[in-house]
Design a binder for this molecule. Structure first.
Ligand code: NAD
Ligand code: TDX
Length: 350
């Protein structure tokens, strides 16, 4: 019997590469097609260890390219889609919202149409990977549940909310098998250094200022990326069609406390005097519309599907820092070229 074909979009990105690796290694009965256009955030180096696996294939396609997406869906039977491809950085969405509408909204609808028209929906499903940012912001108390009304504040979260609505609408209208998850902030290896943790690691290593937005009091709920990938695997196989599952780390940190913890660990690992790296902390102009706090109630996923985070933050954070320190070539490569211009435009006048 031939293998079932599963497309994972955005598989060359941060979370996508962890999901692809997990599916390729754990499911030799599936043929995994990594569909990615390789934007600045996509990097096939992230998948070196699985690129020769017999059940892995890479296709370079832009999800907004209807013709190319249709051609893939008609070249063989597609059974499932796990959709992670997106423009994912909030700061970039503030300066260039249109890219976010194109990829996150239009690209998702292109995939949904191809799935509706051509997929074998009896033996797979469309899984849309989304974010807790669609729920807006919390005050000091409470957590986001699956019933929290959508209230997105940034162009990024508005585009993700819109794509979530399209997925839900396709389920209601066309009765297609679909599932959505909304996850909190991920940390781990292979994250592009525009995001808080790898950006700070890179700057500490290079003795550059550490730009903390506003007063550093905003709060995020951090989850080990491998735990997110495992949640996606659990939900893809065992979730209920038409349902949403929240995924979170139950691990809230004020940005400034997280940066201080990182500085302390980096001082030790780099053999610097205590307090040395923290001297680099620089408070800069706040992000526009900066959501104050995110926190996820993941009890539905825990109670119904038996998932829970597996890695304590201290352990995961330490491993993450070690990965960046041991992979300086990766970091150097992704911070060469266009990164310098990005950094200049985002931080120089801040
Ligand atoms: P990322 O920016 O690291 O990777 C995105 C990937 O999508 C890249 O490989 C890029 O090349 C690809 N891509 C972008 N536009 C494309 C297009 N038009 N066609 C084909 N491929 C395209 O993102 P990430 O942080 O790994 O996030 C992955 C998904 O998870 C996103 O949908 C994001 O909204 C969601 N998410 C991220 C987090 C987080 O903390 N990073 C948390 C919750 C949800
Ligand atoms: O230089 C910085 N200084 C700073 O103070 C950066 C890059 C960030 N921050 C703050 C802003 C946030 O409060 O740190 C916090 C985390 O910022 P990001 O890493 O940019 O993540 P966030 O905006 O919270 O969004 C992330 O989590 C949800 C991902 O980028 C999204 O893709 C995901 O959906």
């Amino acid at each position: 019997m031939s293998k079932k074909n599963i497309i994972i979009t955005g598989g060359a990105g941060f979370i996508g590469s962890h999901v692809v690796r997990r599916f390729v290694q754990n499911h030799p009965d599936l043929h995994i097609i990594n569909l990615d256009v390789l934007t600045y955030a996509g990097n096939l180096e992230n998948l070196k260890d699985v690129e020769k696996a017999p059940n892995y294939e890479f296709v370079r396609i832009d999800i907004t390219d209807k013709t190319a997406v249709e051609a893939l869906f008609t070249s063989r039977t597609i059974h499932g889609v796990i959709h992670l491809a997106a423009e994912s950085h909030v700061d970039r969405s503030i300066t260039n919202p249109i890219d976010f509408v194109m990829t996150n909204v239009v690209g998702t609808v292109v995939l949904l149409n191809a799935y509706k028209a051509h997929a074998d929906t009896s033996a797979g499903r469309f899984y849309h990977v989304s974010t807790d940012e669609v729920y807006g912001t919390l005050g000091d108390d409470g957590k986001f549940t699956e019933e929290t009304p959508y209230d997105p504040n940034s162009p990024y979260s508005a585009s993700k909310a819109s794509s979530d609505h399209f997925v839900r609408a396709y389920h209601e209208t066309y009765k297609l098998p679909m599932v959505i998850s909304n996850c909190s902030n991920n940390y781990g290896s292979h994250q592009f250094p525009e995001k808080l943790i790898p950006l700070m690691i890179h700057n500490i290593t290079n003795n550059k200022p550490l730009p903390v937005y506003g007063k550093g009091e905003n709060i995020r709920d951090w989850l080990w990326v491998e735990d997110h990938a495992r949640a996606i695997e659990t939900i893809y196989f065992n979730g209920k069609d038409g349902e949403t599952y929240n995924i979170g780390g139950n691990n809230e940190w004020k940005n400034i406390d997280l940066v201080h913890k990182l500085c302390e660990i980096m001082d030790r690992k780099l053999g610097r005097a205590e307090g040395e790296s923290a001297k680099l902390i620089t408070y800069v102009t706040d992000r526009k519309g900066h959501d104050f706090r995110y926190a996820i109630d993941a009890s539905k996923l825990e109670n119904e599907l038996g998932w829970s985070p597996s890695v304590a933050f201290d352990q995961g954070f330490d491993k993450t820092i070690d990965w960046y320190l041991e992979n300086t070539e990766w970091l150097d490569r992704v911070t060469s070229g266009a990164y310098a211009d990005y950094y200049q435009s985002m931080y120089a006048a801040r």
